[in-house]
Unconditional design. Structure first.
Length: 397
């Protein structure tokens, strides 16, 4: 049986979402014609994550050392018919040298438009941040950003030229990667998968008698989430239905200051970044999941976000503003989401309230939630996406 080796470099021991997503990706190949095997490189040995079946954890002090260990592992395990997918790393000389040992043998997996996204991270740094850097003589953050830019420019195109092909999670990312080099790059779009076994369908729907609860969870304070659009819209809301907006994660002080106090018909509750039972307690009392509302600020029109897929797993109706791969083009999802404008217009919460009333009207909302999840499992599950990757690999084009 062929094996697909999935290589991921994890430089931050707290990057649980990448670790979980990588495990799910590998396990998605169960019961297919190719078996999955994860090779995970950790810069720290403090990772609170047990090694799961069909994987190896490699701890290293230098990148070159870690990649030599991978090479030794592949010498023993890799067969001529096997495949390798490498989650696109921060390019470097040791990684290029590793790819040179396997020319046109390794597929790359792309999740972003690297230089464009780094630019917007750099653009978001405020004047007061620079004052802090000079005051403390701590320029590590800036050095890290410029180091990423230099490495991407120096080594990124070399990696793509050496790769067998690529898998990008959106068409935009596919186009960005394809046009980086003059030679043809065999890149395919395969949207993000989701492990629905990690998320339980809501057993009991929260009552709407005291209004609606809405939730947005952010891992970063980036403007692409559009949290400020939510708050502006809620401040302008004059409807009769009481709304509670739960904001979970990292938010700037400026965003928090935007909402100075509760209104007679609405309130905002901020929470720190959280996972596990506490997070799911909040989720279970909510009626609506909120996706990103500011992708246009980063000159992006597409996404394949895991947060939307989590909402689908719980059976939530949801909103977002961009084109969501595998969802926006699928009419089966259409009754269960509301598309918000891709601009700086104030969000109309009256439309959101009407959408929620239609969803929760009558006694069939539980059945609707089951339907949302079933559609998600059919089109977005790890196993479904693994078979899509296998079809592309087998075609060999």
């Amino acid at each position: 049986m062929r094996t697909l080796f999935y290589i991921v470099i994890i430089q931050n021991e707290t990057a649980y979402s990448i670790i979980r997503r990588s495990e799910d990706f590998v396990n998605g190949f169960k019961n297919t014609e190719i078996s999955g095997y994860g090779i995970f490189l950790f810069l720290s040995d403090k990772v609170d994550n047990k090694q799961f079946e069909n994987s190896v954890h490699i701890f290293y002090k230098t990148e070159a050392e870690g990649l030599l260990k991978v090479e030794d592992f592949l010498k023993e395990k890799l067969k001529p018919e096997d495949e390798i997918i490498f989650r696109y790393p921060q390019p470097s000389k040791p990684i290029v040298e590793f790819f040179e040992k396997y020319p046109k043998r390794i597929w790359l997996e792309h999740h972003s438009k690297e230089l464009i996204e780094i630019y917007y991270v750099l653009k978001a740094i405020k004047f007061r941040d620079y004052l802090y850097y000079f005051k403390t003589f701590d320029f590590s953050n800036l050095k890290d950003i410029y180091n990423r830019i230099n490495k991407e420019k120096k080594y990124g195109n070399q990696l793509i030229a050496l790769a067998k092909g690529g898998f990008a999670v959106t068409d935009e990312i596919n186009a960005y990667q394809t046009y980086r080099i003059k030679e043809k790059y065999n890149c395919h779009t395969v949207g993000n998968s989701y492990n629905f076994e990690r998320t339980k369908l809501r057993a009991i729907h929260p009552s709407a008698s005291e209004g609606f609860h809405l939730i947005m969870a952010c891992t970063t304070a980036y403007s692409a989430y559009g949290t400020d659009r939510l708050i502006k819209g809620l401040k302008a809301y004059n409807g009769q239905v009481y709304l509670t907006l739960h904001l979970v994660g990292n938010f700037t002080a400026k965003t928090k200051r935007m909402y100075k106090g509760d209104k007679p018909n609405a309130r905002v509750i901020f929470y720190p970044k959280m996972t596990g039972e506490k997070y799911h307690e909040i989720l279970n009392k909510c009626h609506l999941g909120i996706g990103s509302l500011g992708f246009h600020r980063w000159k992006s029109k597409e996404g394949a976000t895991l947060k939307i897929r989590e909402y689908i797993g719980m059976g939530f109706p949801f909103i977002f503003s961009h084109y969501e791969i595998d969802i926006s083009n699928n009419p089966e999802f259409e009754p269960f989401y509301l598309k918000i404008s891709e601009n700086e217009e104030t969000i109309d919460f009256d439309k959101i309230v009407l959408f929620l009333k239609q969803f929760y009207n009558g006694n069939d909302s539980t059945e609707k939630s089951k339907e949302i999840r079933k559609i998600g499992e059919n089109y977005l599950s790890c196993n479904t996406k693994s078979k899509e990757i296998i079809r592309i690999i087998n075609k060999g084009d």
